[in-house]
Design a protein. Structure first.
Ligand SMILES: [Zn+2]
Length: 72
């Protein structure tokens, strides 16, 4: 059985795979623990990145407010 690479799973996740490939991949993910775990890991990475991005945004907003206070 051929397993999917992270790159391929990334394509699958982002709907960049052709329909036929997606169907085959979905079928494989249903049966393969290794690949479905890999896919979950990618999603966890994404979640982590999103959290990181939102905390950076909050940080930047706080910085802006600080600058504003200084101006006043
Ligand atoms: Zn697999």
């Amino acid at each position: 059985m051929k397993h999917y690479s992270k790159e391929e799973l990334e394509l699958y996740r982002n709907h960049q795979m052709s329909v036929l490939k997606r169907i085959v991949c979905a079928g494989h993910l249903n049966e393969c623990r290794i690949c479905s775990r890999r896919l979950k890991e990618l999603e966890a990475d994404d979640l982590f990145l999103n959290e990181l991005r939102s905390s950076i945004r909050i940080f930047q907003e706080v910085q802006k407010k600080k600058e504003h206070i200084r101006e006043c």
